[in-house]
Design a protein around this ligand. Structure first.
Ligand code: MG
Length: 243
């Protein structure tokens, strides 16, 4: 079996303005007087997400309610930092979940489905390995992507965030004999380096080829890259830098 293990956010799809967008949507709907957000959310919120501390496993947050409740203090503090009064800040903290997961805010990149189709036609199987929220299956269904993967490994369910070795350990287990495996993702630390430590091939996508690692700027180039047996990853990085 030839296996491609995909990251999701920033690789196959994205949410409009991500967490800032979710908070913006909530305030616009429920407290428009506070809806003028700074360009950046407070650093403490960014550092509160479980993927910011991948060395800390969290298998105990094994329900969606537990997973989100662990984040609510950081959301509440964020709303208070925006001058929202304490009572509403507490209520809004519980509401971020619904706004973040709203299906209409999630999109695939235009080259995602054509690339998945082309790669499937070339005999590749697909696995999703993502640091994400518990509602990922619903988001994938909304995008028409749910049936594309032989397996979906989500950190919110497994308790292990990439690049924790356990996140990679079981992604391909039991799927059959794997003769070729590639991690495809947009993060050099979570995706590329984690995969290399697991002994996999890996390629960065949607990044400018500034790193000294295999890198393609879009999934159309990825299809060509994977279909070029003579191309070694290092040759490709050089070729893309000079074209
Ligand atoms: Mg990503």
């Amino acid at each position: 079996m030839k296996l491609l293990v995909w990251d999701f956010n920033g690789t196959l799809g994205y949410r409009d303005d991500h967490w800032r967008g979710a908070i913006q949507d909530l305030l616009t709907a429920e407290a428009p007087e506070f809806a003028t957000l700074p360009a950046q959310l407070p650093p403490f919120l960014r550092s509160s997400f479980p993927w910011r501390t991948p060395e800390l496993a969290h298998p105990h947050l094994n329900t969606a309610a537990l997973w989100w409740s662990a984040l609510e203090p950081a959301f509440e503090r964020t709303f208070r930092s925006l001058s929202v009064d304490p009572a509403r800040a507490e209520r809004f903290a519980r509401g971020v979940r619904r706004y973040y997961c709203a299906s209409h805010r999630w999109h695939l990149y235009p080259d995602t489905l054509p690339a998945l189709d082309a790669l499937s036609a070339q005999g590749w199987h697909h696995v999703l390995l993502t640091n994400h929220v518990p509602e990922l299956p619903k988001i994938l269904r909304g995008l028409g992507l749910a049936g594309r993967f032989d397996r979906i490994v989500n950190s919110a369910t497994s308790g292990y965030e990439k690049p924790h070795p356990e996140a990679f350990a079981h992604a391909a287990e039991g799927l059959g004999e794997v003769e070729d495996i590639w991690m495809i993702g947009d993060s050099i630390t979570s995706d590329f380096e984690g995969a290399k430590r697991a002994g996999w091939n890996a390629v960065l996508v949607r990044q400018e080829p500034k790193h000294s690692v295999p890198c393609v700027t879009n999934l159309t180039d990825l299809v060509t890259f994977l279909a070029t047996p003579a191309a070694t990853p290092s040759n490709w990085a050089v070729a893309l830098l000079h074209r």
